[in-house]
Write a protein that binds this ligand. Structure first.
Ligand code: ATP
Ligand code: MG
Length: 369
């Protein structure tokens, strides 16, 4: 068992890994690779460090953002990550990811590389509605263009060569599976979460998702195949569309995942603890799930102080400056049953900002109908 883990990246995901590590006596320290600054544990103060001290101190490293897997600075700070993650480093690139899914026979939205306007015409002729996505650097719906059947779209010239284009999927729901693989190949999974997005950004998750029986086993088989194929270590998130009663993988996140935040309140082993354990060689078990959970993202609005002492509200506030569209915190709710969960969600509604409120209201409406 290792008692130290380095995280590349200094956002909320690394912070929550540090919180989980602290409970196990494991120092999870976060590195700003561009500035050469280390944030020990959950501290908001940083120390200047050199690659030599970092390499000597941390036997293992992980990333909180997939683009860091391919950052030219990553091998400078964490050569172990390069070696360990050689098999999955390409998961930070959408085109590599889609090719891998195809080669493993895992269902994903049909796609092609967007190298010229002719590719776009071909995609539109074949599929009608299409979605153009940047291969690198896109997140929360950024670097993405949805084009309705037959519609024209103004695109920056640099999309050609740097994007994929895929078929717009008419899905009945979006779900995600979060699971982990240990160094010796053991896999464990949480139940599927159902997710609601708005403008490409995750707003609300509910778990365990109320979906057709069989989808959990289908999802676990897909994610296990993928994690074994790349010799993955740690937590991975798999976002899927439910279409015609089956799963189509939308994308893979080789890291802890926003749709897994509910596990902090709804299970006895949350995704951050699971990720740290898998990396540090601490035993893992299949997480025990209590009742039903909802996770609501707090995006782009200052903290409503009333949330601080609202009953049943498990608030996580990341301490970031407020910007439109920025994920600033989240709330977990958990109850023994659906009725209890809906009572909590209804009580929360008046405390939410104008963006979160309508999404949660429509989720409540869906459950109550
Ligand atoms: P993330 O923040 O999850 O990394 P992202 O910006 O990488 O998001 P995607 O997950 O690919 O982007 O897409 C964001 C959302 O846009 C999806 O959750 C879905 O709601 C919608 N979307 C993406 N691709 C498609 C598609 N092919 N068909 C229909 N809807 C799609
Ligand atoms: Mg996504």
């Amino acid at each position: 068992m290792h008692d130290k883990l380095l995280v590349l990246g200094t956002g909320q995901l690394g912070l929550m890994m540090a919180q989980a590590g602290a409970a196990l006596g494991i120092s999870v320290d976060r590195l700003d690779v561009a500035e050469g600054l280390l944030y020990p544990g959950t501290s908001s103060y940083a120390l200047p460090v050199t690659p030599e001290t970092i390499k000597a101190r941390y036997p293992h490293a992980t990333v909180e953002r997939e683009d860091l897997l391919e950052d030219p600075l990553t091998p400078v700070w964490a050569p172990s990550l390069g070696g360990e993650s050689a098999g999955w480093a390409g998961l930070g690139r959408r085109d590599w990811q889609k090719s891998l899914l195809d080669s493993l026979g895992l269902a994903t939205a049909p796609w092609l590389k967007l190298d010229s306007p002719a590719d776009l015409q071909q995609a539109q002729a074949q599929w009608g509605g299409v979605v153009i996505k940047r291969c690198q650097g896109g997140y929360d719906g950024r670097g993405q263009w949805q084009v309705k059947p037959g519609a024209q779209v103004e695109l920056p010239a640099d999309v050609y060569g740097g994007c994929i284009v895929e078929s717009m999927i008419g899905f009945s729901a979006e779900v995600s599976l979060v699971g982990a693989r240990t160094r010796d190949g053991q896999c464990v999974f949480y139940p599927l979460a159902r997710n609601w997005h708005d403008q490409g950004i995750l707003r609300v998750s509910h778990a365990p998702a109320a979906v057709a029986e069989g989808l959990q086993a289908e999802a676990e088989a897909m994610l296990a195949t993928l994690m074994h194929a790349v010799n993955y270590v740690g937590v991975m998130g798999m976002e899927c569309f439910v279409a015609d009663g089956h799963l189509l993988i939308n994308e893979i996140a080789p890291r802890v995942h926003n749709s897994g935040h509910w596990t902090q309140l709804g299970t006895d082993l949350d995704q951050f603890a699971l990720h740290v354990r898998a990396h540090c060689g601490v035993p893992v078990h299949v997480p025990r799930v209590s009742g039903e959970s909802l996770m609501i993202n707090l995006i782009g609005h200052a903290l409503n102080p009333q949330l601080l002492d609202a009953e049943g509200v498990d608030l996580h506030w990341y301490g970031k400056s407020v910007r439109p569209g920025r994920k600033l915190g989240h709330i977990n709710l958990n109850a023994a049953d659906r009725a209890g969960l809906l009572a909590q969600a209804n009580a929360l509604l008046p405390l939410l900002d104008q963006h979160a409120k309508p999404v949660l209201a429509s989720v409540i409406g869906l459950f109550e109908s």
